[in-house]
Design a binder for this molecule. Structure first.
Ligand code: SF4
Length: 67
């Protein structure tokens, strides 16, 4: 379904300063995820800035890793 690998989605989100989980952004807080924020596996696809892959930071990182 995704054109990006799980590894790409995780490794970029892991280092990204702008990551914000969509659930948290809705105002429910990380408690709804049933895991503490530091244990949760961050993925770009769960980030509020993802916009179906058009996140500028993500695109920049992908370009870097593909070069
Ligand atoms: S979607 Fe963008 S802002 Fe969100 S974690 Fe990935 S690179 Fe960072």
């Amino acid at each position: 379904m995704s054109k990006y690998t799980e590894k790409q989605l995780e490794s970029i989100a892991a280092e990204c300063q702008e990551f914000e989980h969509i659930i948290n952004a809705m105002g429910y807080g990380y408690s709804l995820l049933n895991v503490s924020p530091d244990k949760y596996i961050r993925r770009c696809t769960d980030c509020v800035h993802w916009f179906d892959g058009s996140c500028g930071i993500f695109q920049k990182e992908i370009a870097l890793t593909n070069s």
